[in-house]
Design a protein around this ligand. Structure first.
Ligand code: PBG
Length: 325
């Protein structure tokens, strides 16, 4: 055997302490952003059927929930509103007393140290379920921009620390930046869903947010999963328009895109571990087919290894607990 020459890679794997000494990627609680769904009414805490462990909560449960999140060591939440009323123009999205505006105000008052990120979109608020204004059966770009800017400003006014526009209209970062600046929010950062694919992995979210399009689909504004170069163009536009963070979404089937954008843009990069990615794991766990903790930590570590700095995930509370063990 002595005449064989080869590298002994196993040397560095022999004990857990050696393995941890040479570990290249670390998942931290600070990396986690926890999405929540707030609804009107009182005494509501209802599990979303396709997302076990994810709830619709009314404002009277919100503070308690946020205190728990904070005590687990999570620093940021992303707030989605599920309004009672919808109309053609999504007016509840930019109404001063909209559900999201009320939720943001309450969190900033009761648990001010949490960073509140507001999802800025119209799809939960429009009767047709699209992310912009619809005319003659088409989602029109430029008119939608005004409403999106108005939505962002109303969220900033309510106290949002970061604005996260997810609508995929062209020019949305420019329009929102301008709107925020004019309203005196030049220090409010934009976390742009720069690279958002038209993905089947959003299915359970649309159950949770009641935002399924009533006709057609989102392919005229969200990206074709087959495209890589287009992701670079989208990221470049958003950076030029003033985005402070870039989100890539979904995460797991798009790790190559995360790596690619990481290499091109020196800005904080966020991976969105979306609803379908969550539900698939939960279903397998419920069947006893996989070990939840092991599989979730592996997936999130892979997102960081690919180049993500932050991860938006419905698993955030579980992960924070596991990281403490
Ligand atoms: C709103 C929005 C969606 C998600 C985040 N913001 C749904 C969509 O674009 O249809 C999906 C999040 C998830 O699946 O977890 N536009």
């Amino acid at each position: 055997m002595n005449h064989l020459t080869f590298d002994r890679h196993r040397r560095l794997r022999m004990t857990e302490s050696l393995r941890s000494l040479v570990r290249e990627t670390h998942l931290l609680k600070e990396d986690l952003i926890y999405p929540i769904f707030v609804v009107e009414g009182e005494g509501v805490k209802e599990e979303v059927p396709s997302m076990p462990g994810v709830y619709h909560i009314s404002l009277d449960y919100l503070t308690e929930e946020m205190k728990e999140v904070k005590s687990l060591g999570i620093r940021s939440v992303m707030v989605f509103g599920v309004p009672d009323e919808k109309d053609e123009k999504g007016s509840q999205a930019y109404c001063e007393h909209g559900i999201v505006q009320k939720a943001i105000r309450q969190i900033k008052e009761d648990v001010p140290s949490l960073t509140v990120i507001a999802d800025t979109c119209l799809c939960q608020y429009t009767s047709h379920g699209h992310c912009g204004i619809v005319k003659d059966g088409e989602v029109v770009n430029d008119e939608s921009l005004e409403l999106l800017a108005e939505t962002a400003v109303s969220q900033a006014r309510a106290g949002a620390d970061i604005i996260a526009p997810s609508n995929m209209m062209d020019g949305f970062v420019a329009a929102i930046r301008k709107g925020l600046d004019q309203a005196g929010f030049e220090n409010t950062p934009i976390m742009s869903y720069a690279v958002k694919y038209a993905s089947s992995f959003y299915g359970p979210f649309r159950d949770a947010a009641h935002s399924t399009p009533q006709f057609g689909d989102r392919r005229t504004y969200q990206m074709d999963p087959a495209n890589r170069l287009e992701a670079k163009r989208e990221a470049k536009s958003d950076i030029e328009e003033g985005a402070d963070f870039l989100i890539i979404k979904p995460a797991l089937s798009y790790l190559d895109i995360i790596r690619e954008i990481r290499e091109e843009h020196p800005v904080p990069l966020v991976a969105y571990n979306v609803s379908g990615e969550y539900s698939l794991v939960k279903a397998a766990v419920q069947n006893g087919w996989v070990d939840e903790k092991e599989i979730v930590l592996e997936k999130l570590t892979a997102m960081k290894r690919a180049g993500a700095d932050l991860i938006i995930t419905y698993f955030a509370k579980d992960v924070a607990r596991w990281l403490d063990q």
